[in-house]
Design a protein around this ligand. Structure first.
Ligand code: FAD
Ligand code: 2HG
Ligand code: ZN
Length: 457
């Protein structure tokens, strides 16, 4: 098998030594360490196709991997020693940037930040933004339908993918790399692969939609008493700033306390148990005045208790660092159990209160680290737990509250290997059956990321 792989990608394209494979075997959170049979590193789509043909013929399980920053342990193999990791990282060419058509075509292994920078050089904006953007890759972003910090204005990755090239389980290459805004010629099949977490095909390249690059960006941090006040603030800001709001992030006092503890970064506002990081952008003049006016109104009406507006790009970056360091601080703080949930936006305060009550009653010693993208209804209701905590029972405790509010057990991180049982529990029935049928149809030998998202059933 290894020799066949080497014949396709050359000796440097197949890693077999444990020390070379270590970085591909463990997820970002260190919750899973698998045992890859080898790591394959193709350089182009033809090589991906040839590798898949071999795997298909021999029935070898393939685990696609991008930047390995996924939060659901979807990109790492199991411990059987029989699954191969297919790393797309050597396919890292930005093939085209079209500022007039406002598109960017990139291979799967392009780092998200590099794609953002290429768009910026052309005077355009690629609005997918997440704290892992320095490592996450376009293929991974597409395969997880990543969300992030700007969803309330620009949508999830799905809304920004215009075209896709994928390699199917049997090695067939499907080229849908069109740059069109409008294309109703038949099924929009690419949507199936976006968010499929490596279970339906390998994403080898994508055409992404770009937007005009706003000339003015205003970043502000505010302190609020509680999540209900944060929603009053959201309403006020939407009324005053309209669709200029890119980000409306809610962060608990606990989250900022661990960022200060582990990174020495301190929030420059005081007075609230919770914080809101707000970013607005526009090309026309007057944005800063509008944000200042809205902030003054929020303080006067005591919706916000304190607030600052960044005076420079460097200050804005400092405010963002506070927010973007929360995940790393949590990792340093102890054993975390994650709940990447969404509820209808008006239900956020009730969800947070009920979930807190349920968790603290059932899990003494648990410490809550809730933060997230409140402007789009997504909260990371993470819990730092004692070593003996039954994580599955904790997941069920939180998810029951989520589902009671009409929410989702995964807003943006996906199911991966981490939430398979939860998906089976909450989406049992025709929805999961349909998903299984689609998967079986595209991958009848079940070689693509087996065990992830759902069991074979
Ligand atoms: P990987 O982790 O390598 O893979 C993720 C999944 O996609 C796996 O199932 C894998 O098998 C599959 N896959 C990868 N590449 C391909 C491919 N080419 N073809 C088919 N399948 C593939 N996510 C958000 O949505 N919003 C956030 O705000 C956010 N913030 C984060 C902050 C931090 C600090 C970290 C560590 C992660 C964060 N994430 C966030 C999660 C993660 O960054 C995203 O899910 C990202 O899109 C994953 O990209 P990746 O290249 O690292 O994918
Ligand atoms: C974020 O919003 C990411 O920063 C990571 O989605 C969330 O660590 C988490 O749970
Ligand atoms: Zn997030």
């Amino acid at each position: 098998m290894i020799e066949e792989f080497r014949a396709v990608v050359g000796p440097a394209g197949v890693l077999t030594e444990a020390e070379d494979m270590a970085g591909y075997a463990t997820d970002w959170r260190h919750t899973v360490t698998g045992a890859p049979a080898c790591v394959l590193r193709p350089r182009n789509t033809a090589e991906v196709s040839a590798l898949l043909k071999i795997c298909h013929e021999r029935g070898i399980a393939v685990v696609p991997q991008g930047g390995n920053t996924g939060m659901a342990a979807g990109a790492v193999p199991d411990g059987s020693g029989r699954q191969v990791v297919l790393s797309l990282s050597r396919m890292n060419a930005i093939r085209a940037v079209d500022p007039l058509g406002m598109t960017l075509e990139a291979e799967a292994g392009v780092i998200l930040k590099s794609a953002q920078d290429a768009a910026a050089e052309a005077g355009r904006l690629l609005p997918i933004s997440l704290a892992a953007e320095g490592s996450a890759q376009i293929g991974g972003v597409v395969a997880t339908n990543a969300g992030g910090l700007n969803v309330l204005r620009y949508g999830m990755a799905r809304q920004l993918v215009l075209g896709l090239e994928v390699v199917l389980a049997d090695g067939t290459v499907v080229d849908g790399l069109r740059r069109l805004r409008k294309d109703n010629a038949g099924y929009d099949w690419k949507q199936l692969f976006i968010g499929s977490e490596g279970t339906l095909g390998i994403v080898t390249a994508a055409v992404l939609r770009l937007l005009p690059r706003p000339k003015h960006v205003v970043t502000s941090l505010l302190a609020v008493a509680d999540p209900a006040a944060a929603l009053r603030l959201l309403k006020l800001m939407q009324e005053e700033l309209g669709d200029t709001i890119n980000a409306f992030e809610l962060i608990s006092g606990f989250s900022f306390a661990i960022v200060e503890k582990h990174f020495g970064l301190k929030a420059p506002v005081a007075g609230g148990g919770w914080f809101v990081l707000l970013e607005a952008s526009a090309s026309l003049e007057g944005l800063r005045d509008a944000v200042e006016g809205a902030l003054a109104q929020a303080l006067e009406e005591e919706i916000a208790l304190d607030g600052v507006i960044a005076e420079s790009q460097a200050q804005a970056a400092q405010l963002w660092a506070l927010r973007e360091r929360v995940s790393e601080a949590e990792l340093k703080e102890g054993r975390g159990v994650k709940h990447d949930v969404s509820v209808p936006i008006p239900a956020l305060p009730a969800f947070l209160a009920e979930a807190e009550a349920a968790v603290t009653a059932a899990f003494p010693g648990a410490r809550l680290n809730p933060f997230g993208h409140a402007g789009d209804g997504n909260i990371h209701f993470n819990v730092i737990v004692t070593p003996d905590t039954d994580a599955a029972r904790l997941n069920r405790t939180v998810h029951d509250v989520v589902v009671a509010h009409g929410g989702s057990i995964s807003a943006e991180h996906g199911i991966g290997g981490y939430r398979v049982a939860e998906l089976a529990h909450y989406r049992a029935g025709t929805e999961l059956e349909l998903a299984r049928r689609i998967r079986l149809c595209l991958d009848p030998k079940a070689i693509l990321n087996p065990g992830k998202v759902m069991t074979a059933g």
